[in-house]
Design a protein around this ligand. Structure first.
Ligand code: CA
Length: 243
């Protein structure tokens, strides 16, 4: 199953928050609604969102203050922030962007506008989670339809393995350390150990079947995805995970 982009909605007006959440849900996003900065922080500590919709005027700390804090912290530094405000004042826009927001949207806004802005910030900040497709040799992956196939035969790949494969295919023939993969795939490795990568690589190989050897272990360095040569084996293969 496809992993939906997680959207943290920080909005204190329940009717607006609910409207946004319903629209996001109907359009392939997984929204979580909170009403202030403290609740938003608790949510972020538990699960890092893919994008934050942040209202400007909130009880407690303002959206601008929160955006500034999140930009400073390692964990939230790269999470796209889309600022919402009731005011169309140009100075607010400048302040919002200065605080580290990626974009700015003025209420009232249409659902289409909101969705377009969310997709745009996700594409800019996290190209790995927006749709596209890639092909390496006879292995192809289509992120739009969430399909992986080898020699025309569709393969079943779990959500994390899919993301991992997507990243490896988009950056094929290069060696990626476990740390890099954690950063790029999990986006946040505060609670994840490096050997988690090995577990998912093992599962990915199992899913790939005949194409398993395309995912190489590079001893002492990490992993690499490489095209199979004409003998049907990867150029150099070492399936033993190294520390
Ligand atoms: Ca408000």
């Amino acid at each position: 199953m496809r992993k939906l982009p997680r959207v943290l909605v920080v909005e204190d007006e329940p009717s607006i928050a609910e409207l946004i959440a319903v629209n996001l849900r109907h359009n392939g996003f997984a929204p979580t609604v909170v009403f202030d900065g403290a609740a938003a922080q608790r949510e972020i500590d538990a699960v890092l969102p893919d994008v934050i919709l942040l209202d400007w005027m909130l009880p407690g700390e303002s959206g601008a203050v929160l955006a500034r804090q999140w930009r400073k912290h390692e964990r939230t530094r790269t999470v796209p922030i889309l600022m919402l405000t009731a005011r169309s004042d140009e100075s607010d826009k400048v302040q919002g962007l200065d605080a580290g927001a990626d974009d700015y949207i003025t209420k009232p806004f249409s659902t289409q506008e909101l969705l377009a802005r969310i997709r745009a910030v996700l594409r800019r900040r996290a190209p790995e989670i927006v749709n596209d497709s890639v092909q390496i040799g006879e292995l192809s992956l289509d992120a739009a339809t969430y399909r992986v196939s080898f020699r025309g035969k569709e393969l079943k790949v779990g959500p994390t393995e899919f993301k991992l494969l997507h990243y490896l295919m988009k950056h094929a023939e290069r060696v990626h350390t476990r740390g890099t993969l954690l950063d790029k795939i999990w986006g946040d490795h505060v609670f994840i150990e490096e050997r988690t990568v090995d577990v998912h690589v093992k599962r990915l190989r199992e899913s790939l079947g005949e194409a398993a050897s395309m995912v190489e272990t590079v001893r002492g360095a990490g992993y690499r995805l490489t095209a199979l040569n004409h003998t049907g084996k990867s150029a150099t293969s070492d399936t033993t995970p190294s520390a």
